[in-house]
Design a protein around this ligand. Structure first.
Ligand SMILES: Cc1cc2nc3c(=O)[nH]c(=O)nc-3n(C[C@H](O)[C@H](O)[C@H](O)COP(=O)(O)OP(=O)(O)OC[C@H]3O[C@@H](n4cnc5c(N)ncnc54)[C@H](O)[C@@H]3O)c2cc1C
Length: 197
């Protein structure tokens, strides 16, 4: 960690993917000093997300990177969907009421490079490889529904009596807490809780 960030960082941004880079750019633009870390030793070199939609371009304008993105990418004004040479549908992006009525096709690695350059101009750099090991705690509650094949109404009698204990035992094995559940004839709605990790 540099002296600069150590003294002045108010926000820690974890992860230098598109979300973290945009977050760091916006925090910096609004006068909040942030430190951005990523566990990967270098930025991703793969394409992954290719399409940047009009609303994102509008946000990029606010950030100050839209010109660089427009220069680097290719404009796409619409999509045609074909099946065996027959046009099934046309989706026209150029009809949208936006200063950017098109989609920009740009590999994600290039978008990240532009955001990194922009951050560097504001004297913010990503510290690598730095992994956040604490503070990653979450407590999740999940709704799950078990459904018999074809949603047949088969949960009666002995099966109805056995299914609860069976599912409860399975939850215990998986370290999940059974919050609620009820056997219905054609489904079993469950609310399960997974302890903080
Ligand atoms: C193979 C592949 C193909 C894809 N194709 C498309 C596509 O065609 N179109 C599309 O829209 N989307 C696609 N995506 C999804 C797109 O890449 C993601 O939506 C996007 O990367 C999410 O951005 P993000 O910033 O939230 O997360 P990420 O890009 O995943 O960035 C998260 C970063 O956080 C870092 N990190 C994680 N945990 C820690 C920690 N504890 N400490 C420090 N650093 C940490 C990671 O190293 C990583 O760099 C694809 C994804 C993959 C993997």
């Amino acid at each position: 960690m540099t002296q600069h960030t150590e003294q002045r960082s108010e926000v820690l941004v974890v992860g230098a993917g598109p979300v973290g880079l945009v977050m760091a750019s916006e925090l910096t633009r609004h006068g909040t000093h942030c430190r951005i870390v990523d566990k990967a030793p270098s930025p991703a070199s793969t394409s992954r997300a290719l399409a940047i939609f009009p609303r994102t371009l509008e946000v990029f304008e606010n950030i100050g990177v839209v010109e660089a993105v427009l220069r680097a990418g290719h404009k796409l004004y619409g999509f045609n969907i074909y099946a065996e040479s027959r046009l099934l549908a046309h989706l026209g992006i150029d009809e949208l009421e936006s200063p950017y009525p098109f989609v920009i096709i740009l590999p994600q690695s290039e978008t990240e490079r532009i955001l990194l350059t922009h951050l560097a101009q504001m004297r913010v750099s990503v510290e690598r490889p730095v992994e956040l090991l604490s503070h990653v705690r979450w407590y999740g509650k999940y709704h799950r529904v078990f459904v018999p094949k074809y949603r047949r109404r088969v949960i009666y009698g002995q099966l109805r009596r056995r299914i609860g204990p069976l599912l409860w035992e399975r939850c215990q094995q998986q370290g999940m807490e059974w919050v609620a559940g009820h056997a219905m004839p054609n489904h079993v709605p469950l609310c399960l809780s997974i302890p903080p990790q």
